[in-house]
Ligand binder design. Structure first.
Ligand SMILES: N[C@@H](CCC(=O)N[C@@H](CS)C(=O)NCC(=O)O)C(=O)O
Length: 156
């Protein structure tokens, strides 16, 4: 298998972490986001979205890290990523969605570049944008993680 990623990309390292936890052997190809290599035709022929990570197997091209993680879990069941119980799995998926759907996408490089380059937002305001959504998102996440059985919070 070959993983295309970038060292500062959190979606790439969540995929690397899962593959390493499962003890999988793979080659790694760096796509330098700082040089916009993700937008080159060569990479876009792998993923038309121009986003890392991409995982290539002998017969599949996988993209979107949550889908890759689920595929890894289904095909390589060793060292499972998800708990056995349904409530525990729900919790892992909920926490993953907090980061993957609500925090990460609005602070992604292309979003910040759009703010800077297309909307002429100055750097201080771009940082204020990141701080706002990351602080709010991770503060809620910390509260959830502080509970032993966080999915029961709403039942109290
Ligand atoms: N939902 C996608 C998001 C992938 C994504 O946004 N990757 C970022 C790096 S963390 C990227 O490639 N950004 C390129 C850019 O912003 O131009 C996933 O989870 O795989």
């Amino acid at each position: 298998m070959t993983l295309y990623g970038y060292f500062r990309s959190s979606t790439s390292y969540r995929t690397r972490i899962a593959m390493n936890l499962k003890g999988l052997d793979y080659d790694y190809i760096s796509v330098n986001l700082a040089k916009d290599e993700q937008l080159a035709d060569a990479f876009k022929s792998l993923n038309p979205q121009g986003l890392v990570p991409v995982l290539q197997t002998d017969d599949l091209l996988l993209y979107q890290s949550p889908a890759i993680l689920e595929w890894l879990e289904e095909v390589h069941s060793e060292n499972p990523l998800l708990p056995k119980d349904a409530a525990g799995r729900m919790q892992v998926r909920a926490i993953s969605a907090m980061i993957g759907c609500d925090i990460h996408p609005i602070n992604n490089r292309r979003i910040l570049q759009y703010l800077r380059n297309e909307l002429a937002v100055d750097e201080e305001k771009v940082m204020a944008w990141c701080n706002r959504w990351m602080s709010e998102g991770f503060a809620a996440l910390e509260k959830i993680l502080a509970k032993q059985k966080p999915w029961k919070i709403l039942l109290r």
